[in-house]
Write a protein that binds this ligand. Structure first.
Ligand code: HXC
Ligand code: NAP
Length: 294
């Protein structure tokens, strides 16, 4: 087993913590939840599909011996988010950490989108993150009066932008702006905000919508990554657990990219020179040096 596939934090690192993970019933949300449970936290997972949540909760409890609470909630609805928060307080006693992980996405040329299709992604990602952050943030500030931590899951095109996933790029950029803004504004209440920007981590939810059908064979995501591989769930869970834990108490307003160098590969002006064979460099060096005095 590679080191990055192993648990990083020491046992009990999240003992006594109560965590809400939106979209915690599948993919990366489920992987983070599993590790939070292993580290001693109690976790409330929430999304629209209660059957999926219950099935995942059963699996996670059996695997970890931890306690999982399931609450159905569409993060687009302020009322549902408020009700989910109340249930979290009732069942967990308190809330220490919020992980805004729920998302919606699909590839499409932007001109093919209806206005409401565009809205549907903005609403899940940006409005959903706003609803959860505002609801739980107000609770921390006005009622619970203890510190809290928020971790937002964005992606690298939050700052580069990306064709064919424009609603998602706009929404993730908004979430990143929210992360950095509130990191400063709410620091006085002891609330920290950080974000993770993952590169490609194969999940059913993402791959079904971003690499459907033949695209999966046509575009090998590992080939876009300088390190030559896609992400492993545990390495993302390790980073998430660190960022929500008290070990990262001085990290605030940061976005940590975990993508094997993928986005920079697309950005560096001369990165295409990777394609040149080694032998060609002797020739090129001689050619460049011969021009020196010219
Ligand atoms: C064009 C589409 C479409 C498509 C849906 N729509 N899919 N338009 N091309 N492929 C349109 C619909 O016609 C509809 O338009 C509107 O979008 C809303 O669709 P619904 O199915 O009614 O919405 P809903 O049931 O709320 O589902 C939301 C969803 C769906 C986003 C469309 O895919 C979903 O539930 N996703 C949740 C999980 C997910 O997306 N996971 C991936 C995250 S991956 P009208 O005009 O009728 O309203 C991720 C990774 C980023 O974010 C980075 C990777 C490297
Ligand atoms: P996923 O399994 O599809 O996760 C998305 C989750 O969001 C699902 O559990 C879904 O559950 C929930 N959700 C969707 N709409 C919701 C709504 N309106 N209200 C509440 N919950 C809702 O995909 P994933 O790959 O694990 O993605 C997790 C996060 O990582 C996302 O923020 C994504 O943008 C980010 N990310 C992923 C990758 C990658 O390569 N996988 C790369 C970069 C960033 P329901 O359908 O039950 O509601």
């Amino acid at each position: 087993m590679n080191t990055y596939e192993k648990s990083m934090l020491k046992e009990g690192a999240l003992d006594g913590k109560s965590i809400i993970v939106t979209g915690g019933g599948s993919g990366l949300g489920k992987a983070m939840t599993k590790y939070f449970l292993q580290l001693g936290a109690r976790v409330l997972i929430t999304s629209r599909n209660i059957d999926k949540l219950r099935k995942s909760a059963q699996e996670l409890e059996a695997e970890t011996g931890g306690q999982v609470v399931c609450v159905a909630c569409d993060v687009r609805s302020w009322q549902e988010v408020e009700a989910m928060k109340e249930e979290a307080i009732e069942k967990l006693g308190k809330i220490d950490i919020l992980v805004n992980n729920a998302a919606g996405n699909f590839i499409s040329p932007t001109e093919r989108l209806t206005h409401s299709a565009f809205d549907s992604i903005l609403d899940i990602v940006l409005k959903g993150t706003k609803n959860c952050t505002l609801s739980i943030g107000k609770h921390w500030i006005n009622t619970q009066k203890t510190s809290g931590t928020v971790l937002n899951i964005v992606t690298t095109y939050a700052w580069t932008g990306s064709s064919y996933v424009v609603p998602s790029a706009c929404a993730k950029a908004g979430v990143l702006a929210m992360t950095r803004s509130l990191a400063v504004e709410w620091a006085k209440y002891g609330i920290r905000f950080n974000a993770i920007a993952p590169g490609p981590f194969p999940t059913k939810g993402a791959w079904d919508r971003l690499l459907p059908g033949e695209l999966l064979e046509k575009f090998d995501m590992a080939k876009k990554v300088p390190l030559g591989r896609v992400g492993n769930y545990q390495e993302l869970a390790n980073l998430a657990a660190y960022l929500v834990s008290d070990f990262s108490a001085y990290i605030n307003g940061e976005v940590v990219t975990i993508d094997g160098g993928e986005w920079l590969q697309g950005a560096g002006e001369f990165n295409m020179l990777q394609a040149l064979p080694q032998e060609m460099w002797d020739q090129l060096e001689a050619l460049i040096k011969s021009k020196k005095s010219g």
